[in-house]
Design a protein. Structure first.
Length: 292
């Protein structure tokens, strides 16, 4: 529709213009299509997600879509602050590939520093051990032994104090290096416990632990209810539905989700008329020509 930033800033010099696409507007890949799975693949996260002997795996949530939306919001808010202070207006150009790349945490640094290409290691951590998922009698839990003090605490709690003197496991770098030998040893302890027993024992000892919640459990979690993270809204097509609330909790001006996401084209006419100044006749013409 020829409504890019260069056009709209001439109509409204104060405009902050944000766009999200697969590879960005300033891009060598501008013509390539973008979907979440493409962003996850090209952005690098699929290469380090999944089991060691399995294929590259898409993260279960559409993080390429979600992170790019979040970064667009941050960019818009930053641009508004700049405009408030300096009067400068600008374009916010968000690439889904960039968004995925930016959340790879230490993978890029590990490669650029060591030359070693990060690989898939399941739920483990490349430089902390044990930092993994374990199966119990009735479910799964994760532990995060992030330092040597926690390691000592963990070994004493699971009655494996002999591991403290094992030269293969005395420091975190050694545990990471020998983790394939360590994991089977500590796995047996978890298999003898239920999820509840595991949580009680490790939490009481101060060991970082958490249950792997299935969606039904998280929806019914009392803390999730307390924080109003599941809300009910009226959808124009589906009726009453429960969706996630906002994770941003403000003390003075709290926000909340009161409406579902709009159906396709629900606000097209409103945006064209009220924000862009199109007349009814122009909007009708666009509709007749199949543009909207």
């Amino acid at each position: 529709m020829s409504l890019g930033y260069e056009v709209l800033k001439e109509i409204n010099p104060e405009i902050i213009y944000a766009s999200i696409c697969g590879f960005g507007h300033k891009s060598l890949y501008q013509e390539r299509p973008g979907y979440d799975i493409i962003a996850q693949a090209t952005g690098g996260i699929m290469a380090i997600t999944g089991q060691t002997d399995g294929p590259p795996t898409r993260v279960g949530s559409s993080i390429g879509d979600i992170f790019s939306g979040s970064f667009a919001t941050i960019g818009i808010l930053a641009a508004l602050r700049v405009r408030d202070k300096t009067g400068l207006r600008q374009e916010v150009d968000i690439s889904m590939m960039d968004a995925v790349l930016s959340v790879l945490e230490n993978a890029v640094v590990r490669y650029t520093v060591t030359g070693e290409i990060p690989k898939r290691i399941g739920s483990g951590h490349p430089s902390i051990a044990p930092f993994d998922v374990f199966e119990t009698k009735d479910g799964w839990v994760v532990i995060a032994i992030g330092n040597d003090a926690l390691w000592k605490m963990f070994c004493k709690t699971i009655n494996k104090e002999d591991l403290l003197d094992d030269p293969r496991f005395t420091t975190n770098p050694k545990r990471s290096k020998n983790y394939k030998k360590l994991k089977p040893i500590i796995t047996e302890w978890f298999k003898e416990k239920t999820v509840e027993e595991t949580l009680n024992i490790l939490m009481n000892a101060g060991v970082p632990v958490g249950e792997v919640n299935t969606i039904d459990k998280i929806v019914d979690d009392p803390n999730i209810k307390l924080r109003e993270m599941i809300v009910e809204v009226e959808h124009p097509l589906a009726g009453k539905v429960k969706i996630t609330g906002t994770p941003i909790k403000l003390s003075i001006t709290p926000g909340k989700v009161e409406k579902p996401s709009p159906v396709l084209g629900q606000h097209t006419e409103e945006i064209l008329e009220e924000l862009l100044g199109f007349s009814k006749e122009e909007i009708n013409r666009l509709r007749e020509e199949g543009i909207i």
